[in-house]
Design a protein around this ligand. Structure first.
Ligand SMILES: [Zn+2]
Length: 314
C-alpha cells in the first residue's frame, strides 16, 4: 500500500470511499472462503481497471464508473477481484515463483504487486528488472480467470445484483477495445478471450432474472466522479450530464442535477449550484451527497452559521 500510495493517486473522498466500501462489503458478505478482511479504495485513473493484491486490498479505477452503466456492472468487476483473493490466485503464483527463483519473498511481493497494479508503472519502479522479468508470468492464467468469473458471478447473484451484468460488461469492454492499439490495463492482467464471455453468459443464464431499479448511490458516486475526478473540463462535464439526462430514467435525473451542482460549485457559481441543491434537498433532506454539497456551498459563501447548523443537525 505504501508503494501504491507513492506512485498512484488514491482518492481520499469520504463519500466515495464510503460508497465503494459498502458495495465491496456487500459482495464480501455473500462470498465464500473469506478468510481475511477486505479494503476497497479508488484510484484516479480513467483507464478501465481494477486489481486485487495481498492483504485483501481491492483497487478500483475511476474509469470503471465511466463505462459501467449500472451498479451491477461495476459489482461484477469487484466480485471477480474478490474471487481472485479468496482463491489465493496471486498468493499461489507468488509461492510458485518463490520456489523457482533466488529472490526473497519480500522482493517478489513488491514486484508482483507492481506488475499487477501497474503493468506500465511497475517496470519503471526500483526493481525494474525483477518486475519486467516477472510480469510476463504474473498475469492471471486463463484458469484463474475462469474460476474468478465462476465464483464472482455466484457472489454477484447472492448479493442481489444482476448476474447478467458480468457478460454484458465484459462484452462491452472487449467490443470497445477490439481494434484499439493499446488495450486497457484490465485486459492486460486479466486475459479476456471471447470464450470467457460466452461462458459467463451461459453461467448467468442459470440464475433467475433480476430487474433492478437504478441504484441511487451508484449514480450519485458516478456523478461525483465525473464532476470531480474524471479529468474532464467543467464545460465537458456539464455537457456529459446534459447528454445523459436525455436518456436517463426519472430516478437517475436528480443524480445528474447533483453532478451539475458540483461543477457549478467548483467553478465558483454558487447561485447556480444553490438553485439545484434547494430542489434536491427538499426532495431528499437526509441525502448525504446533497448535504455534503450544501456544506460546500456554505463554505464558499462564508455562511458560517448555516454551515454549523447543517453539520450539527444532520
Ligand atoms: Zn481476473
Amino acid at each position: 500500500m505504501r508503494m501504491l500510495r507513492a506512485s498512484r493517486p488514491i482518492i481520499n473522498d469520504p463519500l466515495l470511499n464510503e460508497y465503494v466500501s459498502s458495495l465491496g462489503h456487500r459482495l464480501v458478505a455473500n462470498a465464500s472462503d473469506v478468510k481475511t478482511p477486505f479494503h476497497f479504495f479508488l484510484i484516479r485513473n480513467k483507464e478501465i481497471n481494477a486489481f486485487a493484491f495481498f492483504g485483501g486490498y481491492v483497487a478500483l479505477h475511476t474509469g470503471l464508473f465511466l463505462y459501467a452503466q449500472n451498479e451491477s456492472e461495476l459489482a461484477s468487476v469487484v466480485a471477480h477481484e474478490i474471487a481472485h483473493i479468496t482463491q489465493r490466485h496471486l498468493a499461489r503464483a507468488m509461492e510458485d515463483q518463490a520456489r523457482k527463483s533466488p529472490l526473497t519473498i519480500a522482493a517478489l511481493i513488491g514486484s508482483l504487486m507492481l506488475a499487477v497494479a501497474a503493468p506500465e508503472a511497475g517496470i519503471a519502479a526500483a526493481q525494474a528488472t525483477t518486475a519486467a522479468s516477472i510480469q510476463s508470468r504474473i498475469n492471471y492464467t486463463r484458469s484463474n480467470e475462469q474460476e474468478a468469473d465462476r465464483i464472482g458471478i455466484d457472489t454477484l447473484a447472492r448479493a442481489g445484483f444482476n448476474p447478467k451484468a458480468m457478460p454484458v460488461f465484459f462484452g462491452r469492454m472487449l467490443e470497445q477495445y477490439r481494434y484499439a492499439s493499446k488495450p486497457p490495463e484490465f485486459l492486460l492482467t486479466h486475459p479476456l478471450p471471447e470464450s470467457r464471455i460466452t461462458e459467463s453468459r451461459a453461467r448467468a443464464q442459470q440464475y433467475p432474472s433480476v430487474m433492478l431499479p437504478p441504484s441511487e448511490p451508484y449514480h450519485l458516486a458516478r456523478a461525483r466522479i465525473i464532476a470531480r475526478f474524471s479529468g474532464l473540463e467543467p464545460a465537458a462535464a456539464l455537457d456529459w450530464f446534459t447528454r445523459q439526462e436525455k436518456k436517463a430514467s426519472l430516478s437517475v435525473k436528480p443524480t445528474l442535477e447533483y453532478g451539475k451542482a458540483l461543477v457549478y460549485l467548483d467553478t465558483r457559481k454558487p447561485e447556480k449550484a444553490a438553485a439545484i441543491l434547494d430542489k434536491l434537498i427538499s426532495a431528499e433532506p437526509e441525502n448525504r451527497f446533497f448535504l455534503d454539497a450544501l456544506t460546500d456551498l456554505y463554505v464558499q459563501k462564508k455562511n458560517t452559521q448555516k454551515l454549523l447548523t447543517c453539520l450539527t443537525t444532520h
